[in-house]
Design a protein around this ligand. Structure first.
Ligand code: ADP
Ligand code: MG
Length: 664
């Protein structure tokens, strides 16, 4: 026996989660949950005295929907989960932590406590979402080794199944593999190149709002319309009938994967209807959904100038790839035989376990265990999103996203871009780091900012500023800005712009880990409301411009006056260069700012939550001891979050690829 920790992979899915580990023989195996099942529904039901996760929680949806949280993964990165639980808004990572706690308990029951875990995320997850996922793991008391992209994990599992992981294995050609992952709530497509012992991501894309659930809803609508024609009533109007209808739609969908026809039964208001549905009908009513995935898949290929003839293998991942039409359509389209050499429910968890194994054994020169199978392989990821700096275009005076590292760039990546100061005698420069493809900064996600202060007096306008981004293979981004000739430089310590503070994390962790019920969560929220929320450090705005450009300096402005990644008030383009100063603080005077004192970074500016004029909308708010400022902030967050989610959806559906976690 060795006391070596066990390498474990967790697929924390939108719909279902799964756990795998790598045994002493070097092979992966699934870890069943307490019901003996491989998949645990990612659903949480908050009872007053306990938190229930999985199948039982899903059943509670019909009876106590206000206590149930599901599809929480879609909200990761936002301040709160979209729907209130018993009137309270919880951070999504706290809910995910509850799921992970349950998985950890199942893990401990099978393998003991000494496990080190890799958790998977979609390739298009941005930094705040990755960090939120890692935080959820920590709150659950899990020893998180790393976060890895789902398609990369799926490729690893595939690599295991065909013997591509060991560099010493049989000599084989390089393979270009397309991974088509259609789950319950999301769709992901990734192109990878695999050689024995090496996996390299080439491109990835996805749709955060497309999955098996949309197929379910087509059946629901179809049957509800038939019921209305028959009885003049709509079962969708009643939550209990709707919930039953959804269950039968899922059952019917699954049945249609095995048979060519089935019957859906609806009971509502004392009336019932049995409606036969054929697979052909189902395929027809969902054809447009499938075409959306096909469009994205084509896009991924064309983005990097590839065609189907360049693809060697087409792998299916995710429960929804069990639908026969998906397989048929992909076969027609690609001329390849879509394969499932690894169970589509298990591939991601198995691959994550292999990655955990790789991380645990990497660098160890002596084999820890004689029976250990070779695990040498390398994984090269690409950046999921472009990373840039906000600057001002000299010609148009528009604020612009100056990209330093482009999406799909292989990691590690490093790039230096030259900027210039915008004003004469500029005393400070703020550098806003952006993530996203759009040229307009307000369409991108701000992921951090820093400033160079105390520049010597008298620098002429147009003084050079060099900004370097270094994106390491482990996904950490280092930003360095240098002002030549002044001995002034700054290295960025990126700060999460949304999410829980370390303090908050610790407190939530206590509650999650204790296994307490909703009462404890509610008490924690009430307590948090009483505490003054920690002030943020102040920085300056100053935009960093392009080569052809100038840098805006500006008055001090609050860093987080709006929740990111959702920006609530895009600033119109086309105004003067000084507009940069107005991004967060429209009320400040817009003249360049050399005469003002340089902002102190440690000077408190403003609370995390944004003050706003609108009264609180939450039903429970008025009965609680919430500070109005907080409530309003919350309302603004939720509203802007929803607006942002739409925006994020649009963006994400066009964004690309990958990297490992950004642990700030
Ligand atoms: P996620 O990655 O979102 O957690 P999964 O990969 O577990 O999701 O896929 C869940 C989805 O797969 C659900 O929408 C479920 O209905 C669907 N699914 C599972 N089995 C089948 C089947 N036999 N036929 C059609 N859809 C299926
Ligand atoms: Mg999945």
């Amino acid at each position: 026996m060795t006391s070596r920790p066990r390498p474990v992979g967790i697929d924390l899915g939108t719909t279902n989660s799964a756990i795998a580990w790598v045994g002493r023989d070097g092979r992966t195996a699934m870890v069943p949950n307490s019901d003996g099942e491989i998949l645990t529904p990612s659903v949480v039901c908050f009872q007053d005295a306990e938190v229930v996760v999985g199948k039982e929680a899903r059943k509670a949806t019909a009876v106590e929907p206000q206590r149930v949280a599901q599809w929480v993964k879609r909200d990761m990165g936002a301040p709160v989960y979209t729907r209130p639980i018993q009137g309270e808004y919880l951070p999504p990572e706290v809910i995910q932590a509850c799921i992970l706690r349950k998985l950890k308990a199942d893990l401990a029951a099978s393998l003991g406590d000494d496990c080190r875990v890799v958790i998977t995320v979609p390739a298009y997850f941005d930094e705040p979402r990755r960090k939120a996922t890692a935080d959820a793991g920590e709150m659950a008391g899990i020893d998180v080794l790393d976060i890895v992209n789902e398609p990369t994990a799926a490729a690893l599992a595939f690599g295991e199944s065909i013997g591509y992981l060991a560099p010493g294995g049989a000599v084989r050609d390089e393979l270009t593999v397309l991974i088509y992952d259609l789950g319950g709530g999301t769709f992901d497509v990734t192109l990878l190149r695999m050689a024995p012992g090496d996996i390299q991501a080439l491109a990835t894309d996805g749709d955060v709002r497309l999955g098996g659930h949309d197929w379910d809803m087509r059946l629901v609508d179809h049957v509800a319309r038939a019921f209305r024609r028959e009885h003049g009533l709509d079962p969708r109007d009643d939550p209990a009938s709707m919930s039953r209808l959804m269950d039968s739609a899922v059952d019917a969908k699954h049945a249609l994967s095995a048979r060519s026809r089935t019957t859906l039964r609806v009971d509502h208001a004392g009336k019932s209807l049995d409606l036969p549905v054929t697979r052909a009908q189902f395929d027809e009513m969902t054809a447009d959904l499938l075409e959306r995935t096909i469009h994205t898949t084509r896009q991924v290929l064309s983005d990097i100038g590839m065609e189907w003839r360049h693809v060697d293998r087409l792998l299916l991942v995710g429960g929804s790839t069990r639908m026969p039409r998906v397989v048929e359509r992909l076969r027609e389209l690609s001329g390849l035989e879509p394969e499932r050499s690894v169970n589509p429910d298990e591939a991601v968890a198995r691959g994550a376990a292999l990655f955990a194994q790789y991380l645990l054994t990497r660098g160890s020169t002596t084999p820890v265990d004689d029976t250990e199978a070779p695990t040498g392989f390398t994984v090269t990821n690409v950046t999921a999103h472009s990373l840039g700096v906000e600057g001002i275009d000299q010609a148009t005076l528009r604020r612009t996203n100056v990209k330093l590292i482009r999406r799909n760039a292989p990691l590690p990546a490093k790039h230096t871009e030259k900027f210039v100061t915008k004003a004469e005698n500029q005393r400070s420069i703020a550098i806003q780091i952006l993530q996203g493809e759009n040229a307009a900064p307000e369409e991108c996600t701000p992921i951090g900012r820093t400033s160079i202060d105390n520049l010597p007096a008298g620098l002429p306008k147009g003084w050079p500023v060099e900004v370097t981004f270094e994106y390491e293979a482990n996904g950490r981004l280092k930003v360095e800005a240098v002002v030549p000739g002044t001995h002034r430089a700054v290295t960025l310590e990126l700060e999460r712009s949304v999410g829980l503070s370390d303090d908050g994390l610790g407190q939530w962790k206590e509650i999650v880990a204790s296994g307490a019920g909703f009462d404890a969560f509610e008490a924690m929220i009430a307590e948090a409301l009483e505490e003054k929320i920690e002030p943020l450090p102040q920085s300056e705005i100053a935009a960093a411009p392009t080569k052809t450009e100038s840098i805006a300096s500006s008055p001090a402005a609050p860093i987080r006056s709006a929740p990111t990644p959702f920006r609530s008030a895009p600033t119109p383009l086309g105004a003067s260069a000084n507009l940069a100063a107005a991004i967060e603080e429209p009320s400040v005077p817009s003249e360049p700012e050399p005469a003002r004192p340089v902002a102190k970074l440690d000077e408190p500016v403003e609370n995390w939550m944004m003050p706003a004029e609108a009264p609180p909308a939450s039903e429970k708010a008025s009965t609680r001891r919430r500070s109005p400022r907080w409530i309003v902030g919350l309302v603004v967050y939720v509203t802007s979050g929803l607006a942002g989610a739409g925006l994020a959806y649009l963006l994400l559906s066009r964004l690309r690829p990958e990297q490992f976690p950004m642990p700030w």
